[in-house]
Design a binder for this molecule. Sequence first.
Ligand code: ADP
Ligand code: MG
Length: 301
Amino acid sequence: MKIAILSRRASIYSTRRLVEAAKARGHEVRVIDPLRCYMNITSHRPMIHYRGEALEGYDAVIPRIGASITFYGTAVLRQFEMMGVFPLNESVAITRSRDKLRSLQLLSRKGIGLPVTGFAHSPDDTQDVLKMVGGAPLVIKLLEGTQGIGVVLAETNKAAESVIEAFWGLRANILVQEFIKEAGGADIRCLVINGKVVAAMKRQAKEGEFRSNLHRGGTAVITKLSPSERATAVGAAQAIGLNVAGVDILRSNHGPLVMEVNSSPGLEGIEKASEKDVAGMIIGCIEENAKPHKTRTRGKG
Ligand code: ADP
Ligand code: MG
């Protein structure tokens, strides 16, 4: 097969591993910088041009679109979809996953366990929203944050109010969430491929920190999932519509709660913790699913 990887740089660990895995399985593979793609939007023959040439003959595309380039990156991916190239994850599903509120709404519709979460717009409603989610301690999050940046723990209602008002003053969209204290600064990253959890790790925040992101100094160890954790992870990926997803779960005293669903999960932490060839399994997923014109949405939406 001829596979395109949409990624800013070939040297990134995940991109490098996907290239290696695709080659090892006998495929032709090329890393394409989405920001260097340009397109003509015609009704009969959608095309993508790249550094002066037309991109043609691809069977599948692996989107590795960073949060900072979601808008342009998903537009490029949509164009591949319109050309009938099989996307590992569809553009609509990626767009859903990038908005924490939209994702939580989709998950709640499917009855998946979530931390109690509130959302508001007007400072006049701050007090009520705080009450609605059970009061401090609370977690306040930027809707489009990543790597733990923009996630704040407010220990008192007063602190929560100040933080909320400060974010609103900056015109940022935020959500307010119950703090799952019993998770003890840990969360579980489940790597879901094609409706199965293929690897999982527990990430533990460093001393004095509640955010377990590896970028914030968290450490990863392998963990065994309960059947309900497994079902929750698989259900969450399916609700968002992702073939490949990194589902983050908090272990609460009333069962697994999904915090977020990532559409371009990093491979380094999970491959090292689990000692599994996750990149190879991703290429396997493409081998099972890629047929031209298989995207259900044809790039719509
Ligand atoms: P990001 O997209 O920036 O990674 P997350 O929503 O995943 O944002 O939050 C970052 C980290 O903060 C999580 O991995 C988790 O350790 C911690 N965290 C987030 N929400 C909660 C919560 N409601 N209760 C307890 N810990 C939380
Ligand atoms: Mg996270």
